[in-house]
Structure formats: structure tokens, C-alpha cells
Design a protein around this ligand. Structure first.
Ligand code: GLY
Length: 382
């Protein structure tokens, strides 16, 4: 993609979300099915404790408007990002507190931390620090990991030792907290967690597992699960994307070469299995005749490869990212104003019956972030 195409696509994204702002201000969209957004604040829907206001993607709507503020300087975008953050802030002091989870980084990095980095706003800083403290509180010092999710059935602790690869993006809020407080405790949780994940999740061929269970009392690997991928042992594409981007970020924050090597290993696995079409399946191991896609993974892989290319130039990472974004733009982006959401064919999990080939707000967020990186304009908070 040349600079002109990048800027032209960014202007189409802005156009789409300027229109969406008129229609959906004050709501928290997460998924668009058949071109219509849901609203995680609509309490007439029977949300569970963690898929309504505390839903893990609820920071990405605000994140889109923070990136658009970085792009254009238009105050109405910053205002929407802040209003949106205030909607999720209510989770800190309501019944939804018990629904909060390991994904608080995904919620308050694109909102509070992005805002603080751009404007120095003290309220945004306090919210980011609250989220960092919640995440730090999930650390299991015995096993040196941050626990994923809460009890699946209240009181049932069978997943007390579960960790997921997605956590690698969330821990950026801990590195950030150390930077702004000058207190190393947060990084002293992020770094051993990343080490545990590096040692237990990355397979010989460079693919990464989605879920690993550790012994929550003594530490140590117990087993792994296929999670949102096709099956145990397979290569769930979004999991690979979290791995590339997450380990690259841990390298940025710590300078540890083994984290960079981990990102390279996962990236090289991904590049070796990307289909010729550059359309990303839900799982790299799925049947080649099955046209089941996850455009979200394509956008996150692109973001990770652009960052990785800064440290490891000359291996074609940025070129692969550009190709992924070009294919998404030409074949999977819907810029029409009649339908909500841009990227089509995003999928939550391989075996889940909900959210198959829909549009996700977080897919559009990462698509925008990748284009902002290509334009050299992104606000980087991971
Ligand atoms: N963080 C969960 C996912 O990638 O779907």
C-alpha cells in the first residue's frame, strides 16, 4: 500500500466512524451482525456478569475515537473516547466489578492510557492505574502467572490455574504503570508472567497454544487446551496474532532478547502458513477447503508485524503487514454508511456458535491502528 492509499483508507474509516458517532453516541457496541451494532449497555438484554458493561472489548470503541483524535485533532473524538471510558469506569464501583477479568488491559489501555499519553489527563491516569492494580491482583506468585477469567461456575475453582496467550497484550498496562509511578512492582509482575508464557505456550514449530493450565498451588505446566482454536494442538490464528504483538511489546518494555526471539519465532510460523490469498482463516490448521475466516486476526497480525519490523528489518514483516491490510481493504472492508462496522468475516472462536463471521469493534480498532502505524500517526500504548 502506498502512502496515498493508506491516507485514503484512513479518511474512509474516519467517515464511517463520524457517521457511527451520530448514530451510536453513548452506547457500547461490540458486535455488528447483519450490519447492526449491539449495545453492551442495553440492560434489557440478559448479559452475564462479564459480557455486558464489563465485556472485554468495551475499550475499543473509545480506542477508535482516541486514534481518530490522534489522526485529526478533532475534539469531538476525544470527547467520545472519554465519555466511553466513563461508561466502563462504572464497572469499578458496581456489581460489574466481579465481572472484571484479565482483560482490563484491553479495556483501559485504548481508553485511559491512550488519553493520558496524548493529553496528560490526570483522571485518565488514575483510571489506568486502577485497572493496572486489578490486573496485578490476579498474579499467582507461586506459578508466576496472571490468572485468566474468573470462576466459570461461581465457586468452582477448576480454572484457577488457567492462562491465555491474549494476556500478552494486557500486561502492557503493567509496564505503563511502572513507567508513570516509577514503581517497579508492576513490571515485576508483567515480566515473569511473560517468561512463564514464553516457556509454556510456544511449540517447536513456532505456533502458540491458546490456553495452558498451570498448577495454581505449586506452579508448573499441567496441560493445554485448544480454547478458541479448532482443537488442542492447532494454531488458532488470533492466538498467533496476540503472540507476535505481545512478545514484541514485552521486548520493547524490557529489552529482553528472548522475548524478541519469541516474537520472531511466532511470526515466522505465521508467515509460513499464511494462505496465498492473504485472507486469514480462523485456525491455520483448518481444512483448506473450509472458507471460515477471522479478519480480526489479519489486522492484529499486521499490527504486530509492523512493530516487529522496527527491530528485525529486512525479513519482509512490514511488507506482509501491508499486504494483509491491502487485502482487508479491498476485499473485507465495508465503508458504506448503511451498515454498522467495517471489517467483515470476523470470528470469535472456531467451535463457538455465536459470533461466526460477523464484525467486531475490536477488529475495526486494530485495522485502524495498523493503518495509523503505516501512516506514522498511531498513538502507541501497548
Ligand atoms: N481475548 C479473546 C479473544 O481474542 O477472543
Amino acid at each position: 500500500m502506498d502512502k496515498k492509499e493508506v491516507l485514503n483508507t484512513l479518511s474512509q474509516i474516519e467517515n464511517k466512524f463520524a457517521d457511527a458517532l451520530k448514530k451510536h453516541k453513548g452506547t457500547l457496541p461490540a458486535v455488528s451482525k447483519d450490519g447492526v451494532y449491539d449495545n453492551r449497555l442495553d440492560l434489557s438484554v440478559n448479559w452475564t456478569i462479564d459480557n455486558g458493561p464489563a465485556w472485554w472489548t468495551n475499550g475499543f470503541w473509545g480506542g477508535i475515537f482516541n486514534q481518530l483524535y490522534a489522526l485529526t485533532g478533532k475534539k469531538e473524538y476525544l470527547d467520545e473516547a472519554r465519555e466511553s471510558r466513563k461508561l466502563i469506569d462504572t464497572c469499578f464501583l458496581s456489581e460489574y466489578y466481579t465481572g472484571l477479568h484479565h482483560d482490563v488491559g484491553f479495556m483501559w489501555l485504548p481508553t485511559a492510557v491512550a488519553d493520558y499519553i496524548m493529553t496528560g489527563d490526570e483522571e485518565a491516569k488514575r483510571r489506568g492505574l486502577l485497572a493496572a492494580q486489578l490486573l496485578a491482583g490476579r498474579y499467582n506468585p507461586q506459578g508466576e502467572f496472571i490468572r485468566a477469567w474468573n470462576d466459570i461456575v461461581p465457586g468452582d475453582k477448576s480454572n484457577k490455574g488457567w492462562v491465555i496467550i491474549d494476556s500478552m497484550l494486557n500486561i502492557s498496562i503493567l509496564y505503563w504503570a511502572t513507567k508513570v509511578t516509577n514503581d517497579p512492582r508492576f513490571a515485576h509482575i508483567a515480566e515473569p508472567h511473560a517468561t512463564t508464557v514464553m516457556n509454556a505456550f510456544i511449540r517447536e514449530d513456532g505456533s502458540v497454544r491458546h490456553i495452558v493450565e498451570f498448577d495454581a498451588d505449586k506452579g508448573g505446566f499441567v496441560c493445554d487446551y485448544g480454547g478458541q482454536g479448532m482443537k488442542q494442538g492447532s494454531s488458532w490464528t488470533r492466538g498467533q496474532s496476540w503472540g507476535i504483538y505481545g512478545f514484541t511489546n514485552s521486548y520493547t518494555h524490557t529489552g529482553r532478547k528472548d522475548f524478541l526471539d519469541a516474537a520472531v519465532k511466532i511470526a515466522d510460523h505465521v508467515i509460513s502458513v499464511i494462505p496465498e490469498s492473504y485472507l486469514i482463516p480462523v485456525d491455520f490448521d483448518q481444512d483448506k477447503n473450509l472458507s471460515f475466516e477471522d479478519s480480526t486476526a489479519a489486522a492484529v497480525i499486521a499490527c504486530g508485524l509492523i512493530e516487529l519490523d522496527k527491530y528485525v528489518p529486512g525479513k519482509g514483516y512490514k511488507e506482509t503487514a501491508e499486504k494483509l491490510i491491502e487485502v482487508l481493504t479491498n476485499q473485507r472492508a465495508d465503508f458504506s454508511l448503511e451498515r454498522d462496522g467495517i471489517l467483515q468475516r470476523c470470528t470469535g472462536s472456531f467451535n463457538g456458535l455465536n459470533d461466526r463471521e460477523v464484525n467486531f469493534v475490536y477488529a475495526d480498532y486494530y485495522y485502524l491502528e495498523a493503518l495509523m502505524k503505516l501512516a506514522g500517526k498511531d498513538v502507541m500504548f501497548w
